[in-house]
Design a protein around this ligand. Structure first.
Ligand code: M6R
Length: 613
């Protein structure tokens, strides 16, 4: 969703803010703005469009000042336009505020403030909050920090905010509830941001602000943190492990392409120190204390959204096959609203690349409240989900900037595979030889992914043929059904082609009606348990003149004789096929989107991290 960045120090704030906004732009990109304190003057520049539009808008105007705040917006209340862009101001014009989240009770507060003489320019909930702070500051005669605290006590919703006040230009106040906020601490300077990406090039020392906390950054007194009840907290400083190169495109045209190509390395990083095939060991340090809980679990619930939910579906097959534990996979957004039956013997695995997805966080809170053990699988170190779960395993995929998730998916599936194998072995569900074989096969996956990536030229050729399709169907079976869903999601989110994923056998129950000679059907038809059945499904599509693009095991001749195109992937056990077969799906979507002129890294209407419901 929105990205916020702020600076207070002795350098010029503007270049730091603009650079920070560029790094945060993957979070939301429909409008952008900055506010700068120039002595006791407050200057605001904002406009609809991207950060580059903001730069053009500002070009030639005054940008001095060593205190400032910046924002990239993903619209919730009111369309993307200049007026709704952040920062927003209250009636006095003294304050400027940026916000990521939603103020749910903004409407009654707005009505009340209107009665008190406030007038509003924008449609946003954010403007209501800054008016409220402004009103409290003036009516109660309190400083900015206290006005923020009092205002937040009457607000319902999610927020990460930063506010500055031209009456006190040496102070900046930030606060969070259910939306991420990180503070960077440099030499006589401070940074605030939605995530560490704008901070890492300035300092590695950060404080993750907790829910309900207010951070007061004062040039003279440094950083102080208190909660909404006004109790002082000691800031806990941690060191970032992120590297700057991971935030650059590294010679690729897009982050998405770079991230697709990083997968041999990201999967290797995910396995490092955890998988030892020669000793027959899987070791997940993060969940070590919870192994017995897993072994005794009567049921595993997996929650996530989007791509993470698809990874969870692969997890269902893995845990049921290897550990013989029943698994239910739920969209986090549905789970939280259906009064689910959760009890103390349950293990809930929450999967999230960003670790900030609002629905997944809410599902965790619900399950935690009912006594379940919560295990996180997150990519972003120090993220909210990583902190609220009882234990977990990081995916170690490195920062994923492209909005379409790619390397995060394969890393999530890798962690789930390690977990399922480890628990299966501890439960005695896997024979020694089978366990060793699977560990060796898993160890070989990074090299096999590398081999799949070498098919890119062929995949690009196929993309060119189908780039103008209006619809596409994706079919898989067993372990590859979630991959079909993921393939369809990748295509639709970045190329805007309507695509559906289905279990191959379900095609006959409806979608087959859609098939004609203009319909590309992507089928995962690798050798394995369902191979013959999938071949029959391919016949059914061909009989209706559909175009088949099949992902097959190297050396396959049967499907080659039927399909319009085949993309070969190396042989691997069924359980590991998702890790290889998803890669051609990612590349097809990427190349089709580029050929259609779409902005693959920042597709329309989307945001990388969905921090509101
Ligand atoms: O950060 P999360 O993994 O929790 O995000 C969940 C979804 O929003 C995310 O996977 C989304 O579906 C991606 N854009 C898919 O490419």
């Amino acid at each position: 969703m929105c990205g916020i960045v702020a600076y207070l120090g002795d350098k010029e704030a503007y270049p730091i803010l603009i650079n920070g906004l560029r790094r945060l732009e993957y979070r939301g990109y429909d409008s952008a703005g900055v506010a700068l304190l120039q002595g006791k003057d407050l200057i605001i520049y904002k406009c609809q469009g991207k950060v580059s539009d903001l730069e053009s808008h500002i070009n030639g105007r005054s940008t001095t000042g060593s205190v400032g705040i910046g924002h990239t917006r993903w619209a919730t209340h009111g369309p993307p336009n200049d007026v709704n862009a952040h920062p927003h101001q209250g009636t006095s014009g003294d304050l400027a505020l940026i916000h990521n989240g939603i103020i749910e009770n903004y409407a009654p507060i707005k009505e009340e403030l209107k009665h008190r003489g406030h007038t509003f320019r924008s449609d946003t909930d954010t403007e209501v909050l800054v008016h409220l702070i402004d009103d409290i500051q003036r009516s109660e005669g309190v400083d900015l920090a206290e006005a923020v605290r009092l205002a937040l006590a009457s607000v319902v919703g999610a927020y990460a905010i930063v506010v500055v006040d031209r009456k006190d230009p040496d102070v900046m106040v930030a606060a969070r509830k259910s939306s991420p906020l990180v503070i960077g601490i440099g030499e006589g300077e401070f940074f605030c941001a939605s995530d560490a990406t704008p901070i890492v090039e300035h300092t590695k020392n950060v404080v993750y602000v907790e829910d309900g906390e207010i951070a007061v950054i004062d040039r003279r007194k440094g950083l102080k943190i208190r909660n909404v009840k006004n109790q002082e907290k000691t800031p806990f400083i941690t060191e970032l492990e992120m590297h700057l190169e991971a935030l650059e495109k590294g010679g690729y045209d897009h982050f998405m392409l770079k991230e697709i190509h990083e997968q041999p390395r990201s999967i290797r990083d995910c396995l490092r120190g955890r998988l030892n095939p020669s000793k027959g060991e899987v070791m997940l340090g993060g969940i070590k204390d919870y192994e017995q809980k897993f072994v005794n679990a009567k049921r595993i619930l997996i929650v996530g959204c989007g791509t993470s939910w698809h990874a969870g579906m692969v997890g269902e097959y893995l845990f049921e096959e290897f550990a013989r534990i029943p698994v239910e996979v739920e969209y986090a957004s549905e789970f939280r609203y259906r009064n689910p039956i959760v009890n103390e013997d349950d293990i809930v695995i929450a999967i999230s690349q960003s670790g900030e997805t609002a629905d997944t966080l809410a599902a965790i809170e619900l399950a935690k409240g009912r006594g379940a053990t919560i295990i996180g699988i997150c990519n972003v170190v120090g993220s909210s989900i990583a902190r609220v779960t009882h234990a977990g395993s990081y995916t170690h995929a490195g920062p994923e900037i492209g909005v379409a998730s790619t390397k995060a998916f394969t890393a999530q599936v890798t962690v789930l595979t390690l977990m399922a194998l480890m628990i299966g072995q501890k439960k005695g569900m896997l024979s020694g030889s089978n366990f060793y074989r699977l560990l060796n096969e898993l160890d070989a996956i990074p090299d096999k992914v590398h081999k799949v990536l070498q098919k890119e030229a062929q995949i690009k050729y196929i993309a060119d043929i189908y780039k103008d399709a209006a619809n596409a169907l994706y079919l898989g079976r067993g372990y590859t059904f979630p991959v079909a869903l993921e393939g369809a999601l990748k295509l639709k989110e970045i190329s805007y082609i309507h695509a559906e994923g289905y279990p191959a056998a379900e095609m006959k129950h409806g979608p087959i009606a859609l098939i004609d000679d203009a319909m590309p059907v992507f089928v995962i038809a690798t050798k394995g348990a369902s191979y013959e059945k999938v071949v029959s499904n391919i016949q059914e599509v061909k009989a209706r003149k559909g175009k088949i693009i099949a992902i097959v095991t190297e050396g396959d001749t049967v499907v080659k004789g039927l399909a319009d195109h085949v993309i070969e992937i190396p042989e691997t056990p069924d359980a590991l096929v998702p890790l290889l077969s998803v890669v051609p799906m990612q590349l097809i979507s990427y190349h089709i989107a580029v050929m259609r002129g779409c902005n693959v890294d920042q597709p329309r209407n989307l945001a990388k991290s969905v921090t509101v419901e």
